[in-house]
Design a protein around this ligand. Structure first.
Ligand SMILES: [Zn+2]
Ligand SMILES: [Zn+2]
Length: 161
């Protein structure tokens, strides 16, 4: 049983497609435009191990916090709306500062509780529930630039300085 959840970007319409690895699956169907996106899952994927990208076949990945942009924007909106409300209610300045304090605190808290996801440099496929997460490095700008702009293939070797 696999815990791995893979999010591909549809080759046709760019929508996110969520799939669980299965060696039998040769395609992942887009819910939006019904295009079949070719995928190649292996035994590793079924165990939650990410070494090969099921979409592009590359071996270069980075990990990052699974930060949901909606949560970030939501927090910002709550903060931006509550300040004028507090001013209108004339609750006094300490309350206004406390809103910012709570926002910063929530941001920090979120950062610590958010799980890590693995992302393919080449095709941006996202992997959640990765069991070999400790083997994967954080985002490397130089690797990203060389993979994205020069189509370089590091073949799973981390670039070190
Ligand atoms: Zn699609
Ligand atoms: Zn890929």
């Amino acid at each position: 049983m696999s815990q791995l959840e893979v999010t591909l970007t549809c080759i046709e319409c760019g929508s996110g497609i969520h799939v669980h690895p299965s060696r039998e699956a040769k395609n992942a169907k887009c819910d939006v435009c019904e295009t079949l996106n070719p995928v190649t899952f292996n035994e590793d994927h079924e165990k939650g191990i990410v070494k090969d990208c099921p979409k592009c076949g590359r071996k270069d990945f980075f990990k990052q916090k699974d930060f949901n942009r909606k949560i970030g924007v939501g927090l910002f909106v709550i903060g931006a709306v509550s300040v004028p409300v507090f001013i209108l209610l004339d609750v006094g300045f300490p309350w206004i500062y406390s809103v910012f304090f709570v926002m910063v605190f929530l941001d920090i808290l979120l950062y610590f509780i958010l799980p890590l996801v693995v992302v393919c440099y080449k095709c941006q496929t996202i992997f959640r529930g990765v069991s070999n997460i400790d083997d994967i490095y954080g985002f490397n700008h130089e690797m990203n630039d060389r993979i994205v702009y020069s189509d370089h293939d590091f073949q799973g070797k981390q670039l070190d300085h």
